[in-house]
Design a binder for this molecule. Structure first.
Ligand SMILES: [Zn+2]
Length: 233
């Protein structure tokens, strides 16, 4: 007979569910660091798969299939879908941002040819603000040399495919995690480096188009931002 309504009925249901319930036995299948949306910070996690079982008086009975996988935060113990791992940790995110700004700066400097003082100064300021506190003009100039050698000066095609690959490698993983304003800000920093020694050269425009594409900024917005960078903010 089904338990009736009212206080007695509710108590019966509670007793029943205590006697007979589905239990999940979790097994750790991996771990790492993630950004926990539950307690809001970089935390360790365990990746768990579960075996669902019926339990009588807390004793597991028949297997009821697998469940999960889930991600369990080591700090708050909450469970999340594995899609939380798609979001970078705060540490990883800052590193990606720093690398992105530096790569854009190097690409624009390389496109500008010889490293003139103005663009180098602007680039150093941008790279330092992005988190490379020890960035110097000498260091950036050396990196530009290395980049140019690496990405095509030897094949006689500077700023072509090799540079585009570098830019995509640095910007593609970052772009999905940035709001439009954040992506535009990285682009504008590149544009201001290019403008520090006069109007955009065709090579600088090319490079900035690649930067825009890698940041998933559409061509219309790239044009708007190229103009915007020319007016001091
Ligand atoms: Zn947490």
């Amino acid at each position: 007979m089904l338990p009736g309504r009212g206080p007695d009925g509710r108590a019966a249901v509670t007793r029943l569910s205590r006697l007979l319930g589905a239990r999940t036995a979790w097994t750790a299948v991996g771990d790492g660091e993630f950004f926990c949306p539950g307690c809001g910070g970089d935390r360790n996690y365990q990746r768990l798969t579960g075996q669902r079982r019926f339990a009588l008086l807390g004793v597991p009975l028949l297997p009821r299939g697998t469940t999960g996988p889930v991600v369990e935060c080591a700090a708050c113990r909450r469970h999340f879908g594995t899609d939380v791992l798609d979001h970078p940790t705060t540490t990883r995110f800052s590193a990606m941002l720093r690398d992105a700004v530096q790569t854009v700066a190097l690409a624009v400097l390389a496109a500008g040819g010889a490293c003139a003082r103005g663009p180098l100064e602007t680039a150093v300021a941008a790279v330092r603000a992005a988190g490379f506190d020890d960035c110097t003009q000498e260091r950036l100039a050396a990196l530009v040399e290395a980049l140019a050698a690496d990405t095509g000066r030897f094949t006689g095609e500077p700023c072509a495919a090799g540079l585009a690959i570098e830019l995509h490698e640095a910007l593609d993983p970052l772009a999905p995690h940035l709001a439009a304003a954040g992506r535009e800000s990285i682009f504008l920093q590149g544009a201001r480096i290019a403008l520090a020694d006069g109007p955009y050269t065709p090579a600088e425009r090319d490079t900035l188009s690649t930067v825009g594409a890698a940041l998933t900024i559409c061509a219309t917005d790239v044009t708007r931002l190229l103009t915007m960078a020319r007016t001091p903010s």
